[in-house]
Design a protein around this ligand. Structure first.
Ligand SMILES: [Zn+2]
Length: 406
């Protein structure tokens, strides 16, 4: 979608300032917006009128109070559109349709027969009308589609530069799907998309510096510095699973040896546990969870080792980047304290200062919602950052209506 105005112009900056204030704090009157942002009342009136014209803002109801007629609040028009999020996994796609605050309105999971780009584009294109039919919102238009997948992504061009898991090089997935469905499509690394959603509407909302750790089929991290997602020079920042854990150790999917994820991504954890207990290939996460619940010593030992191994490296990351919080997501979150206990102890032991809080995200569909957040972020011109409109701590509670998380 083309955004109005040059991003660098004062007008574009004012738009972003106002939209981010309303995202963080809920409905506000024009006078309120002016006093919090420091913009002139005339500038606020002008920008708000523009945003209402575009359907991005909506006027609330005037509340008659004892002090007479009170000013009309304006709010972000989250109901104005729908977003679709696709999270591509190894054998399936998690699909979600949300409003523009990424609240899920419908979801489904589709199997993937393979990783051929044309097959995937067809699968996604056919899912679009099906997802739209799950939602009963006459008049709401599909604002866009976000796709998240593991890999090195050029998010400006919506091209997957390299994905080890899909064995892709330079696949213009975003453009291929947009061609079929005729709506804007955005593509992002899955952990980055997840971090954007956490920053806009989730556990990272009040933090300008945060790390997001994902432990699932791989191990990844996303870094938000001063409110901006840090992508690195080549879009390859945050490949935390590929830090060297054992010199010349196990072969990793990236072709190198001894990477952290070759030991402690979920498939590796399950393998180690099966080897330790003589269980067959059929024993997966549910069986390991049952073993943990039953207090099986081997299961606890495997998670202890994983938590400790990941935690030690996470401590290095903390020592280098100094995040306010670490949000953790991914399938391995379900291992709970068996994993997080040793992970927190390893952090405690190895960080230079007291470690930041580790916040597991228990929401089921946060990952697909992360993909949908790519749409919201672009449509509303949100920064991942709190921007200049960061509320002071005493403004953070009470009056605002935040889009609910589920
Ligand atoms: Zn690797």
């Amino acid at each position: 979608m083309k955004l109005k105005g040059d991003q660098s112009t004062a007008r574009a900056m004012n738009r972003r300032l106002i939209l981010n204030l309303l995202r963080q704090e809920g409905p506000r009157s024009r006078a309120d917006i002016a006093s919090v942002t420091g913009l002139s009342p005339a500038a606020v009136t002008f920008v708000v009128a523009d945003l209402i014209d575009e359907g991005l803002l909506i006027e609330g109801k005037t509340v008659a109070g004892s002090a007479g007629r009170r000013p009309i609040p304006v709010d972000i028009n989250y109901a104005n559109g729908l977003a679709i999020g696709f999270k591509l996994m190894v054998g399936s796609v998690e699909c979600v349709v949300t409003d523009l605050a990424t609240n899920p309105l419908g979801s489904m999971r589709l199997p993937l027969a393979g990783h051929d780009p044309d097959h995937i584009v067809t699968t996604l294109a056919e899912a679009v009308p099906e997802l739209a039919s799950l939602v009963d919102r006459p008049g709401a238009r599909l604002a866009g589609i976000g796709i998240s997948m593991p890999g090195v992504i050029d998010n400006h061009k919506a091209v997957c530069i390299r994905s080890h898991r899909y064995n892709w090089d330079n696949v213009p997935l975003g453009g291929m799907l947009a061609e079929r469905v005729k709506v804007p499509v955005w593509l992002e690394d899955d952990t980055n998309a997840y971090a954007i959603a956490q920053q806009l509407f989730g556990l990272g909302r009040q933090h300008r510096n945060m790390a997001v750790l994902a432990i699932g089929v791989g191990i990844g991290c996303a870094l938000v510095f001063e409110g901006k997602l840090y992508r690195g020079a080549n879009g390859a920042a945050g490949k935390f699973g590929h830090v060297s854990y054992v010199e010349n150790g196990r072969l990793c999917e990236c072709g190198k040896r001894g990477c952290l994820m070759a030991y402690y991504a979920e498939p590796a954890i399950l393998n180690t546990w099966r080897d330790a207990t003589g269980r067959g290939k059929g024993a997966g996460r549910p069986e390991l969870l049952a073993a943990l619940k039953a207090g099986e010593p081997q299961a606890l030992a495997v998670l202890e080792e994983a938590g400790n191994g990941i935690g030690r490296h996470l401590a290095n990351l903390v020592n280098i980047t100094d995040p306010e919080v670490i949000v953790v997501g991914g399938e391995a979150v379900s291992f709970g304290d068996a994993l997080f206990g040793p992970l927190r102890r390893a952090l405690e032991k190895n960080t230079f200062r007291a470690p930041p809080p580790v916040l597991p995200d228990w929401e089921d569909n946060s990952w697909a919602r992360g993909a949908a957040a790519l749409v919201t972020q672009k449509i509303f011109d949100f920064e991942t950052s709190a921007g200049n409109a960061a509320p002071s701590p005493d403004q953070g509670t009470g009056r605002e209506r935040r889009p609910p998380l589920s």
